[in-house]
Design a binder for this molecule. Structure first.
Ligand code: ZN
Length: 294
């Protein structure tokens, strides 16, 4: 990948917003837009996809770690940085067609079917164990990136939230909330948009281990090294077996229905306000969250 430092060129052309490195059986994939709290634009999404593919293809890699550079793991999907590139075509990786020249509901439905729901489900089914190393904020689209990983290690100051109900939308595209939390807590999480701290997320079983800013990478390395001593096929089959149970319990079909409602909400917003996000960009969201006192 390119060597340029982050932010030295427009983020919609910059390959250094995702870094890849592999050593001693562990692939480290790093979101590298610290200036924008690793807000995930389209470029980043497709670079993450390429990085995951690279890690899967490398027989030396037993465990894959996803982390974020800087103060925060991820502020979510890019809804307001200068590198926002939702309108651009990408080198697609599924059988979906290009969204960029489409109108109405088709535009966002096609984009999110490939880049959000499609990719997240594919990443969740990567046949190697994945660990998310989360510090600071893990908001909305950031949740999707942590949740697709098999294990989550979070710093004691990490927090999780999905405030997109404020946009009139029932949660992020990868609707795993009732599985990551129980249904009643998932409702509280979505109805209020409140931040959930690492400790409660740990109690709910969403987080495997709590660490600190100082020890996060060491703790993740120790966990990954331990897993890496297991045989590759044993790990892949175990992961498949557990993911299959989740799907038999309705995770996949539930997510499909939620994705349809999510897009009804995008279309409704467009009809009544002319904006698919109900008039909220990153700034307006941050302001509204602050006013609500979270
Ligand atoms: Zn959406």
């Amino acid at each position: 990948m390119a060597e340029q430092p982050a932010d030295s060129m427009p983020a919609d052309q910059d390959d250094s917003i995702v870094l890849y490195e592999a050593s001693e059986g562990i692939a480290w994939i790093t979101m590298n837009r610290p200036r924008y709290n690793n807000a995930q634009n389209g470029r980043m999404t497709y670079l993450l996809d390429a990085a995951f593919k690279r890690a899967v293809a490398d027989d030396e890699v037993k465990v894959i770690v996803l982390k974020g550079e800087g103060k925060h793991f991820s502020a979510g999907h890019d809804i307001g940085t200068p590198g926002r590139d939702v309108h651009l075509s990408q080198e697609r990786t599924s059988m979906w067609y290009d969204h960029a020249n489409k109108e109405g509901g088709e535009y966002l439905y096609v984009r999110e079917a490939e880049a959000y729901l499609g990719m997240c489900r594919r990443w969740r089914d990567i046949p190697k164990p994945t660990i998310a190393a989360v510090q600071g904020a893990c908001i909305a689209g950031g949740l999707m990136l942590a949740w697709v990983c098999d294990l989550i290690v979070a710093t004691d100051d990490a927090y999780f939230s999905d405030p997109v109900v404020r946009m009139g939308i029932p949660g992020v595209e990868y609707f795993a909330h009732p599985y990551e939390l129980n249904p009643r807590i998932a409702k509280e999480f979505l109805f209020t948009g409140n931040k959930m701290g690492a400790e409660r997320a740990y109690q709910m079983g969403m987080v495997n281990q709590i660490s600190t800013r100082e020890t996060l990478l060491d703790d993740v390395t120790a966990l990954a090294e331990k897993i890496a001593t297991m045989p590759r096929l044993g790990l892949a089959l175990t992961k498949q077996a557990i993911n299959n149970v989740e799907d038999l319990q309705g995770k996949r079909t539930g997510m499909e229905a939620a994705f349809a409602w999510h897009h009804f909400a995008h279309a409704h917003n467009d009809l009544v306000s002319g904006d698919k996000l109900g008039g909220f960009d990153a700034k307006a969201m941050a302001k509204a969250n602050k006013e609500q006192g979270k």
